[in-house]
Design a protein around this ligand. Structure first.
Ligand SMILES: Cc1cc2nc3c(=O)[nH]c(=O)nc-3n(C[C@H](O)[C@H](O)[C@H](O)COP(=O)(O)OP(=O)(O)OC[C@H]3O[C@@H](n4cnc5c(N)ncnc54)[C@H](O)[C@@H]3O)c2cc1C
Length: 379
């Protein structure tokens, strides 16, 4: 594997740095404080090609691979985890599901709108009673002539209210049967489809998280992706790729927290010298950087396999599990290095600290990643 960044990766990183300075940093603490989901930022990211990073150019996307995608998520998340999370959910989940499992007509209809951010996408798997145990879901679709009628509630859905299109996985068969669920595309404005309660969150506060409610929501059978009963298996494959993006989100947060800590440790003086000269601080920085490097290697290993269309279940779980935990540890150490100032909103590390925790929960908790890894290595 070549560890040098490609020209495209360097270009993406530079573009995002400039974009972040102009369009994210000035307002991100207001969005965080007031839980504002800044749709206009995503429209601008769409103009830059970052809302359809993996979508082939023939469907209006950028046509890049996973290396470029990882760079995009890392660089955005170094600035703001919320924007990184929404970017990941839009690209990997909704758009990624249609890209992998939509038929030609569905791809032609939805991908150009999603890849340019004309439309914002959501992906609904989780329900109030079923998170880790998603296959036990209750939300149902019942066949009625050429239509399906959806009923039930999804929760914790990124862009559940603001989305223009959602991929939703619902029960069409028996509980306990992994072929008892199917994936449909539902458009905003479809009668019976609405966004519900918005969560008031610890972190990732500018990334919208809401319920999605289906109340006798009638959709045409042409909105089904693949065959009836394919939905859960499709979702597991979508999550294999999605986990690389959450790993990248964690890496970006860890890098942002580390870079801020490194700078501060050289500037802050106590006992007549920079705090970086105390072994207690420099060893912390050494530990932070080592973990970041290791997380990066796991992520690029998984990304490389994905680029070559290899099975990536175990490797994306390695990357997601490790990188998420690193994000939490590094941002915790960052707050410690900043001392009292790290506990305030005047410095960036308290936000990294709050945002980091989502990485160990979303798209499969750390415990579920260990379950996936154990299952794979014990085969
Ligand atoms: C900000 C945010 C955005 C999200 N966005 C989306 C989205 O866009 N779409 C979507 O579908 N979902 C989304 N989710 C949901 C997310 O994927 C779930 O929260 C996650 O899968 C965990 O489910 P849960 O919250 O129900 O926890 P639970 O499954 O109830 O887990 C509770 C605890 O039990 C542990 N546990 C559960 N089962 C086991 C087991 N077998 N072995 C060991 N430990 C176990 C878990 O690890 C966890 O520690 C989002 C969540 C958040 C917080």
């Amino acid at each position: 594997m070549d560890f040098n960044l490609t020209e495209n990766q360097l270009m993406i990183a530079e573009t995002i740095r400039k974009f972040g300075d102009a369009h994210i940093r000035p307002d991100m603490m207001i969005w965080d404080e007031e839980q504002i989901f800044p749709v206009e930022v995503f429209k601008k990211l769409g103009e830059l090609g970052l809302m359809g990073v993996l979508v082939p150019q023939e469907y209006g996307g950028s046509g890049f691979g996973y290396f470029e995608y990882v760079t995009a998520i890392v660089e955005i998340s170094k600035i703001c985890g919320s924007i990184g999370l929404s970017l990941a959910a839009h690209n990997s989940l909704c758009t990624g599901h249609i890209l992998q499992f939509g038929n030609e007509e569905q791809k032609r209809k939805y991908l150009p709108k999603l890849a340019t951010a004309e439309w914002i996408g959501a992906w609904g798997l989780t329900e109030p009673g079923t998170g880790s145990d998603a296959g036990n879901m209750s939300c149902v679709a019942k066949a009625d002539g050429d239509h399906y009628v959806l009923n039930g509630t999804k929760c914790w859905i990124t862009h559940g209210k603001s989305c223009d299109a959602a991929v939703v996985i619902v029960r069409t068969g028996e509980k306990g049967d992994s072929h008892g669920m199917s994936a449909f595309i539902v458009e905003k404005g479809t009668p019976g489809f609405s966004g519900g309660r918005k969560e008031n969150k610890l972190g990732m506060r500018a990334s919208e998280t809401t319920e999605m409610i289906f109340d006798n929501c009638r959709i045409h059978k042409s909105q089904l992706m693949g065959e009836i009963g394919d939905g859960f298996i499709q979702s597991m494959k979508v999550l294999d790729g999605g986990r690389i993006s959450i790993a990248a989100l964690g890496l970006g947060i860890a890098k942002g927290a580390f870079e801020a800590s490194l700078k501060y440790s050289k500037e802050r003086h106590q006992f007549g010298k920079p705090i970086s000269e105390f072994q207690g601080i420099s060893f912390k920085l050494a530990d932070m950087k080592t973990q970041i490097e290791a997380a990066e290697l796991l992520i690029y290993h998984a990304a490389d396999l994905k680029n070559r269309n290899k099975k990536v279940t175990k490797e994306s779980a390695f990357a997601k599990y490790y990188s998420s935990e690193v994000a939490v540890r590094v941002s915790t150490d960052a707050v410690q290095i900043f001392g009292g100032y790290g506990y305030t909103k005047d410095f960036p590390v308290e936000k990294f600290y709050r945002d980091s925790k989502l990485c160990t929960i979303g798209e499969g908790t750390s415990e579920i990643q260990k379950l996936v890894i154990a299952r794979e290595i014990l085969k």
